[in-house]
Design a protein. Structure first.
Length: 95
C-alpha cells in the first residue's frame, strides 16, 4: 500500500479506543503501486487466518498485521469481479 497504516492506528483498533473504527475497517479505495485498488481490513481477535472471498471471483489470503487479529488485504481494482465479498476465518480449532 502506498500509505500503510501506522502501528499507532492499528493499536487504537486493537485496543478499542479508536473514535472512528469504520474509517479504518472494512473496504476502502486506495492506490497501490500506482494502480486503483481496494483495501479490506478486519479485526477478528479469535481468528488465526482470514481470507477475502469475492462472489464469483478469486480468494485472497489476508495479511495479519497485528498478533491480536488485525488483518488486511489489497486487491487491484481490475481483479474484482463485483463488490460482494465475505471473510472466511479460521481459528485454532480449524473452523
Amino acid at each position: 500500500m502506498d500509505q500503510p497504516l501506522s502501528s499507532a492506528l492499528i493499536d487504537s483498533i486493537v485496543g478499542g479506543y479508536n473514535g472512528d473504527p469504520f474509517a479504518v475497517l472494512g473496504p476502502h479505495a486506495v492506490t497501490h503501486e500506482g494502480k486503483p485498488s481496494l483495501a479490506v481490513r478486519a479485526f477478528l481477535p479469535w481468528a488465526t487466518s482470514l481470507s477475502l472471498v469475492f462472489d464469483g471471483g478469486p480468494t485472497y489470503e489476508m495479511w495479519r498485521l497485528h498478533p491480536f487479529g488485525f488483518f488486511a488485504a489489497i486487491v487491484p481494482q481490475n481483479a474484482i469481479p463485483n463488490s460482494n465479498y465475505v471473510l472466511r476465518a479460521e481459528n485454532t480449532l480449524g473452523g
